[in-house]
Structures are given as structure tokens and as C-alpha cells.
Design a protein around this ligand. Structure first.
Ligand code: UDP
Length: 244
């Protein structure tokens, strides 16, 4: 059973449980879903889903919906249905999945970010996870999805990382899943920028306090406009609680 936060159903899994589940999908375990995608919505995306039913449906149809933002964790708690596993940041989830994939010699195709970033991320990932195979990479500023999908399919990856930012990546994965010969896709925003070393993740102090979002706004003020939805998200959670 998923935990509902303002219309989005989140899986109640710990980081390791989520990575195990994703690895089962990649490995074709009978009990796991076949061909699906992972999403990691934060409060901004949950808020966006209220105005975009297609996006909401795409996210709710994902095989794995992980609570990336601390706001989601607090929201669920306020609504009386707390998560038992805590927050599952997308970048930590994918790192845990890469560990499992490296041991099994599985492969990943890296899609997204500006030219050169995915390749640099691939080189860093090969060093961090010896055994992990980078089947290919492409930047996220393509115009021809069909050609890109043919390029991805030709490399037969076990996992496709789709780092186009939200909500573009969620919409793209849902629209093209049928044509992708990949057991699992994962929409992971700016992760390639972090893996490549182009963007620094928030210091551990901020991560531990659940304040990564605050660090990102301070270091990248262009995000401020997007984050105006955060108080609206919080207000809606309180209203929902009163209604309940
Ligand atoms: N991006 C992309 N194609 C696009 C728009 C964005 O590949 O058409 C990339 C962008 O270069 C960046 C990532 O998507 O690497 C978005 O990063 P951000 O940290 O904004 O992700 P989010 O906060 O949405 O998870």
C-alpha cells in the first residue's frame, strides 16, 4: 500500500529496500514488475501535479515512487500516515542501486545534462563502482526522441538514467517507455551534474538536517521561483489534515 501525499502515492520503503526492489526489476525477478520507471517527487513536483493531471498519472503509474524531499516526510507525518523508512534521496537511491549492479556486472545508459556531462559522469561512476558497465551516454538537449531511443536500445542497457529535470523526465519516460527496450528507467534530475563533479551536493550537515533544498536555493537563486510552491504545499497539507 502506498502512502498518499496530496494525490501522489509514495512507496513506504527504506533506501536499501528500494534499491533491492529496483535491482529485482533489472534482474527480471518473477515477483517484480516488468519494464517500469522510478520517480522521486519532492514537494515542488507534488504541487505541480495538482495543476497537471497527466503528470500526476504518470507519477502514480511509476513502479517505484520514492519520497525525495523532507517536505514529503513531514507531510505524510502531519497527515497521520508516516513513512517507516524515512527519506529516500534519489541520488542515494541510485548510488545504492549502482553498488548492486556493479557486483552483478549490469549496465546503465546515462541520458541528460549538457554536452559532455554524461560522459564525465560515466567516467566517475566507473571509478566509484568498478564492474558497473556504462552502455552509452547522450546529452539531454535532443530534438529527435526516436533516434535517441534507437541509440539507447542498440546498447541494450539494464537501466536508463533520465536526467532531464522535472517534470520533463517524468513525462518523457511515461511517453516513451513502450519503445524503450530497458527493464527500468529512473528519472533523477541533476544527478549527472553531481556525479560528473560539475555541481557539488549540499554538505552532509545540510543533508542530515533535511535542508538540501535550502542549500540548493541559496547556491542557485534561480530556483527561488520554483520553490514558491513550497509554502503552498505546506498549507495544502494542513488543510488536508483538517479535512481528514
Ligand atoms: N536538462 C536536460 N535537458 C533539458 C532540460 C534540463 O538535460 O531539456 C538537464 C539540466 O542540464 C540539468 C538537469 O536536467 O542537468 C536538471 O537539473 P535540476 O537540478 O534542475 O533537476 P531537478 O531539480 O529538476 O531534479
Amino acid at each position: 500500500m502506498r502512502i498518499d501525499v496530496l494525490g501522489i502515492g509514495f512507496d513506504n520503503l527504506s533506501l536499501d529496500q528500494a534499491a533491492d526492489f529496483a535491482f529485482d526489476i533489472i534482474s527480471g525477478e518473477e515477483s517484480a514488475p516488468t519494464k517500469t520507471y522510478v520517480v522521486t517527487p519532492n514537494p515542488e513536483i507534488v504541487w505541480l501535479c495538482r495543476q497537471n493531471p497527466t503528470l500526476r498519472d504518470n507519477i502514480n503509474h511509476a513502479g517505484l515512487v520514492l519520497p525525495d524531499g523532507i517536505g514529503i516526510i513531514y507531510g505524510a507525518r502531519i497527515l497521520g500516515t508516516p513513512f517507516s523508512g524515512g527519506r529516500v534521496p534519489g541520488i542515494d537511491f541510485i548510488d545504492a542501486l549502482f553498488q548492486r549492479m556493479a557486483k552483478a556486472g549490469k549496465s546503465v545508459f546515462l541520458l541528460g545534462a549538457k554536452s559532455g556531462v554524461a560522459e564525465a559522469a560515466g567516467n566517475a561512476l566507473k571509478k566509484a563502482h568498478p564492474g558497473l558497465i556504462i552502455s552509452g551516454f547522450a546529452d539531454g538537449y535532443f530534438t529527435d526522441s526516436a533516434a535517441l531511443i534507437a541509440q539507447i536500445n542498440a546498447t541494450q542497457p539494464d537501466l536508463l538514467l533520465v536526467c532531464l529535470g522535472a517534470p520533463k523526465q517524468e513525462l518523457w519516460m511515461a511517453e516513451h517507455l513502450d519503445r524503450l527496450n530497458v527493464p527500468l528507467c529512473a528519472g533523477l534530475g541533476g544527478s549527472l551534474d553531481v556525479f560528473s563533479g560539475n555541481v557539488k551536493r549540499a554538505p552532509v550537515f545540510f543533508q542530515k538536517l533535511g535542508l538540501e533544498w535550502f542549500y540548493r536555493i541559496v547556491t542557485s537563486p534561480s530556483r527561488l521561483k520554483r520553490s514558491l510552491s513550497l509554502p503552498l504545499f505546506a498549507l495544502s497539507v494542513f488543510i488536508q489534515r483538517l479535512r481528514n
